[in-house]
Design a protein around this ligand. Structure first.
Ligand code: AP5
Length: 228
């Protein structure tokens, strides 16, 4: 894109929604999307865990829902979404990770983005079979206690060794227990999956195979967003 004097202009900011079942690899993919497309990320799951950790009233209200693998009430999530949107930089795009998770939330989002003049450009959906999800979530650990916590999988011996060498410990998310994983998957199928048909009908959906190496998934995701 060029201005009237023929100078190259940065592309307009993109609004991207990332959808996928629990453990599909959304957070793993985020840094590549953020960097490639200059996006600010709003991750409702991370925001909720921060509120729970800090012991805020919003955290107290949400903790039981998150532990059981159920959706936190819309009014609570909308509060987090509104403050995330208010903090966005004007020249930067938006990456929504974990919102919307239901048709009602999608309607709320459309209204808020319309007010900002930033309609959704693309919805990137990650496809991963259930047995792979169970494996990914069963082995997911957070390397904590050594700077900013980071996610790894127990299969990745080099990452486990790196965490230990940093003096970190491996912690499991409360909602990654097998009985909760089953409920999160059921909630995804019942409440979130209907969004795919709605976004497909709106011409916004790009579905990618999210199995294989993280590098392959990254490449597919970037290509799919570019193809919008
Ligand atoms: P949230 O934190 O959003 O959880 P989620 O959607 O269930 O997703 P995860 O964070 O579990 O997985 P991910 O897809 O990011 O996978 P990751 O990259 O870590 O939400 C948590 C809870 O908060 C919800 O259950 C709900 O209670 C509440 N909540 C959040 N948003 C809400 C909303 N809008 N409304 C109401 N309630 C809401 O990867 C997983 C593992 O796989 C890692 O170990 C990783 O290393 C590994 N991995 C990743 N990619 C690959 C690959 N290509 N190959 C092999 N392993 C891989």
């Amino acid at each position: 894109m060029q201005d009237d004097a023929g100078r190259a202009q940065p592309p307009p900011p993109l609004q991207v929604v990332l959808i996928g079942p629990p453990g599909a690899g959304k957070s793993t993919l985020v840094p590549a999307l953020v960097e490639t497309f200059s996006l600010d990320r709003i991750a409702t799951g991370d925001l909720l865990r921060a509120e729970i950790e800090a012991g805020t009233p919003l955290g107290h209200t949400s903790a039981g829902y998150v532990e059981r693998g159920e959706l936190v009430p819309d009014a609570v999530i909308e509060q987090l979404l509104r403050s995330g949107l208010a903090a966005m930089r004007p020249d930067t795009g938006l990456l929504l990770d974990g919102y919307p998770r239901s048709l009602d939330q999608a309607r709320t989002l459309d209204g808020l983005l319309a007010d900002l003049g930033r309609p959704i450009d693309v919805v990137l959906a990650l496809e991963v079979p259930d047995d792979e999800i169970l494996h990914r979530l069963g082995g997911r650990r957070l390397c904590s206690g050594a700077g900013e916590p980071w996610v790894l999988h127990l299969d990745d011996a080099a990452a486990v060794a790196r965490c230990r060498a940093q003096g970190g410990t491996l912690e499991q998310r409360e909602d990654d227990r097998p009985e909760v994983i089953g409920r999160r998957l059921a909630v995804y199928r019942r409440q979130t999956e209907p969004l795919l048909a709605a976004y497909r009908a709106a011409g916004l959906l790009r579905e990618i195979d999210a199995t294989g190496s993280t590098a392959d998934v990254r490449a597919r995701a970037i290509a799919a967003v570019r193809r919008r």
